[in-house]
Design a protein around this ligand. Structure first.
Ligand SMILES: Cc1cc2nc3c(=O)[nH]c(=O)nc-3n(C[C@H](O)[C@H](O)[C@H](O)COP(=O)(O)O)c2cc1C
Length: 303
């Protein structure tokens, strides 16, 4: 792993997120950097040159999930559609097998969780938040509530009532990951904050579809998938700006960030922290590079 993105020592990019100190404002997007596989590939060099200031786990669910049938990926001009379908070991598998390995990372750990009811979310929050290794939780709300049929992150009322249910369960920061698949994410962000969220993150992927070449059939095994990468950055720019203007809690911005300039533009729109996602598949050290470039960008703006 190339350490080509080391932050210049004289530049202090340190910040904090909900009281968690970060050595720079660049973290990863959930599900886009497998730190356990990267440790196998790069060994302890990964720990010495860890590209992110905090690590966000892939989303876990209460029970193990196999994920969607293949194919799971489709490349578009400047973007990637994935239909991975949240394969994971489930809460117990995560706590037993993944958490001890993720706890060895040299940065604070944020665990992403997703349930389909208040009770499922509560089980996840209680199971994860009680572990000292965990600094914060991210709630992936891009899923339907089985009781109402509504996608939690698409409904302000659903988001508020979920947060009201979870807030008493832990004092650890709760980050709500907003979906962009809605005309206006601001009412959901405001409702999440009213319910007790400590931060919001956006954007998750945009619903998208691909056609199998030479046919009229869907390419992706899951039918549709989520678009990410450079193609969605302008959407993130607009939504982050709108949410940051309306919310008082810190905003974690993501969506197509591949350079310090991209990161600086989202920080300029009001984000406290940025996350690198799809770009890490091309360059596993992208987080360090973006942080180093961000230092240059911010020095130029303030200078
Ligand atoms: C392959 C892949 C897997 C993802 N898995 C998750 C996930 O498990 N949970 C989640 O909240 N977001 C997931 N995301 C969304 C990313 O965290 C991020 O919000 C989105 O991709 C936009 O950022 P980017 O354009 O920099 O990738 C995934 C994205 C990709 C490309």
């Amino acid at each position: 792993m190339e350490g080509n993105g080391t932050v210049a020592p004289d530049l202090d990019l340190s910040t904090e997120l909900c009281g968690i100190p970060l050595r720079h404002p660049v973290i990863n997007g959930s599900g886009t950097f497998d730190a356990i596989a990267a440790r196998r590939a790069f060994g302890d060099e990964l720990l010495d040159q860890f590209p992110f200031a905090a690590f966000v786990s892939k989303t876990i669910t209460p029970e193990p999930r196999a994920g969607n049938a293949p194919p799971r990926l489709w490349e578009t001009p400047s973007g990637l559609i994935n239909s991975i379908g949240l394969p994971n070991k489930g809460l117990q598998g995560f706590l037993e097998h993944d958490l001890p390995q993720l706890a060895e990372l040299p940065v604070p750990l944020i665990v992403s969780v997703m349930g389909t009811s208040h009770d499922q979310f509560a089980e996840l929050v209680e199971g994860v938040a009680s572990r000292d290794e965990v600094a914060a939780l991210e709630l992936n709300v891009s899923c339907p509530n089985v009781k109402s049929g509504l996608i939690i992150g698409e409904s302000p009322d659903e988001a508020r009532s979920l947060l009201q249910h979870l807030r008493p369960l832990t004092e650890k920061p709760l980050v709500v990951k907003l979906t962009p698949n809605i005309a206006d994410p601001v009412p959901v962000a405001v409702a999440a904050e009213e319910g007790g969220a400590d931060a919001v993150s956006l954007i998750n992927t945009l619903r998208a579809a691909a056609v199998a070449p030479g046919s009229q059939r869907a390419w992706l095994g899951g039918g549709t998938g989520g678009l990410s990468g450079a193609a969605v950055r302008a959407v993130a720019q607009a939504q982050v700006g709108a949410v940051a203007a309306a919310a008082s809690v810190p905003v974690i911005a993501m969506g197509g960030i591949a350079s310090g300039r991209d990161a600086a533009e989202l920080i300029g729109a009001g984000a406290r922290v940025v996350a690198v996602g799809t770009e890490s598949f091309r360059d596993p050290a992208a987080g360090s590079r973006v942080a180093a470039e961000l230092g240059g960008q911010l020095a130029r703006i303030s200078g």
